[in-house]
Ligand binder design. Sequence first.
Ligand SMILES: [Mg+2]
Length: 160
Amino acid sequence: MRYFKPDFLFEHFSGITIKWLKENNITHIFSDLDSTLAAHDQHGTKEFEAWLSQLRENNVQLVILSNNNQSRVDIFTEPYRIVGYGKANKPATSKIQRIMDEVGAKSETSLFLGDQLFTDVWCGKRLKMITALVHPIEPEHEPWNVSLKRKAESVIRRGW
Ligand SMILES: [Mg+2]
């Protein structure tokens, strides 16, 4: 089950600092949205805005990849003009591979960020990216199917 084990664990996305990104040679962050960058169906917070400004000042591109629908992604991305894709089909890789080509990202300098093992971490590993798992933001607001997956994830994590 090591296949689902992320390379790095963070409490929160804001723990991913510019210093850390530079040390790991990361130029692109491909990130999940719900429970990773915002609570489920919520807008970005001031903390997110501050983090995004730092990424931009340092030429790190953020691309949102969500399995949620495009309208959800647009509500989040539009105020910031971030590139974001809904129905990303994680952990399938073909659509994301095309997106990587479009934005000029290479696997070895890309970080896949997310809160779920079976979609986000597995997807990043299949794309040969560096992977980071965050603790979900406000998991009590997640739909039942996500809560169910968390129970399965906890079984996997016990094996690490
Ligand atoms: Mg998520």
